[in-house]
Design a protein. Structure first.
Length: 250
């Protein structure tokens, strides 16, 4: 059975439904040609509306994504700042200090700190405190050994005597000397006669034969040479804590 219902015609300019055989759109005044009447296609108005809707959704998605990302970034920054605040208490040790795996001397030693080194803590506990470096827990340190200020820079305390054939070097400090260089008759620029040692213990005297001091293969000859001045250089903790001592012979 044939369908005798009239075809729906829409204005191609504004999308308004038109009367049959209309020559002009009653809304926008657009002229309706015979091609459109014979081919009443769906108006471009709906295609435009669909395009605008898609673009609007994409724009909204873009801005919502930015908001979510910014919120996540701010949350991460706040978390990092919180961690920095948690471990912001700076403490020093004034002596060689052991780090243990638990709060007591019966726990295993897992590390150590040299005099003058600093670490960070969240808070100071009564007896043992957890210490941190770069946010990572190192272990436990006896709380009384943690100080607010770095230790004063130490000085070499030495006593040097020359017996005629040997030098007597006394370490009068309460800490060991490490990486020692003793320079006899050094110049303003050039070195003198050098003796080197790995360690000299605290409060200990050492007798060193004069001919053990050398310069470019030549030895210090106590029978033909006279010592005039001496310099002691030590690297206390095998770090950058280098100390010097200067003396002279009467």
């Amino acid at each position: 059975m044939p369908n005798n219902q009239p075809k729906k015609i829409f204005c191609s300019q504004c999308g308004t439904r038109l009367q049959q055989n209309a020559q002009f759109c009653d809304i926008c005044g657009h002229e309706i040609n015979s091609i459109q009447q014979n081919n009443p296609l769906r108006p471009t108005y709906y295609r435009k509306l669909f395009t605008i809707t898609v673009i609007s959704v994409l724009i909204m998605y873009f801005f919502v994504s930015r908001i979510i990302n910014n919120h996540g970034s701010n949350t991460t920054k706040q978390s990092t700042q919180t961690n920095n605040v948690q471990y912001s208490i700076k403490k020093y040790v004034h002596n060689y200090t052991n780090i243990r795996s638990g709060p007591g001397t019966n726990y295993k030693i897992v590390g150590s700190l040299n005099s003058g080194e600093f670490i960070r803590v969240k808070n100071i506990n009564h007896k043992w405190t957890v210490v941190y470096r770069y946010g990572d827990s190192l272990g436990f340190v006896f709380s009384e050994l943690l100080k607010d200020e770095p230790p004063p820079k130490p000085e070499i305390v030495a006593l040097v005597n020359f017996t005629g054939t040997q030098f007597v070097i006394s370490n009068l400090n309460n800490f060991d000397w490490n990486d020692i260089e003793i320079d006899v008759n050094y110049g303003f620029i050039k070195s003198g006669y050098i003796y080197r040692a790995n360690k000299m213990r605290a409060n200990t005297a050492y007798e060193i034969g004069a001919m053990q001091f050398a310069k470019k293969g030549a030895r210090f000859n106590p029978f033909t040479m006279k010592p005039e001045k001496i310099k002691i250089t030590i690297n206390r903790n095998r770090t950058k804590d280098t100390l010097f001592w200067y003396g002279s012979f009467n």
